[in-house]
Ligand binder design. Structure first.
Ligand SMILES: [Zn+2]
Length: 150
């Protein structure tokens, strides 16, 4: 009786999918795409302004209803510089990821920093949204945030 060597093939599966962002998420993205405006949604009970907007306040469990137009500026709360990219990132390295607290919002969003020297970035630095020329209804309709030059 002979034994057979077990060989393995390493493959990758790419799984395209669509995810419905819902009525509130759609309105948020349409405003980015068509107006280059960032809107949040306010909880009627605690007053928190959520960006991206959510249907129900995470803390009060009440429906959020009031849309609030925010500016396009914010503050870097944290950031990291990545020197490795992957196929879903439309940026060349280094890629700077940052948590940005938009002015008027209660929380922060994760986005990209561009037009910046990674060595000169600082927590607390003010940044401004730079919108993509070709917008498609996607969070990357904000191309990135760039430091506001003093
Ligand atoms: Zn609330």
């Amino acid at each position: 009786m002979s034994t057979t060597e077990n060989l393995y093939y390493e493959g990758r599966i790419k799984v395209p999918y669509k995810w419905n962002v819902g009525q509130i998420g759609s309105q948020f993205l349409v405003n980015l795409r068509d107006k280059k405006e960032i809107w949040g949604i306010k909880c009627p009970k605690c007053g928190k302004v959520y960006v991206p907007p959510i249907k129900t306040c995470w803390e009060c469990f009440v429906p959020t209803e009031e849309w609030v137009k925010l500016g396009d500026t914010g503050t870097i709360e944290s950031f990291t510089v990545a020197h490795y990219t992957n196929q879903v990132m439309p940026k060349n390295t280094p890629v700077i990821y940052a948590l940005i607290k938009l002015d008027g919002a209660s929380g922060s969003i994760l986005h990209l920093i561009g037009d910046a020297d990674p060595e000169k970035l600082k927590i607390g630095m003010k940044v401004k949204a730079v919108f993509a020329d070709n917008r498609t209804g996607n969070i990357l309709d904000i191309k990135h945030f760039a430091p506001i030059k003093a």
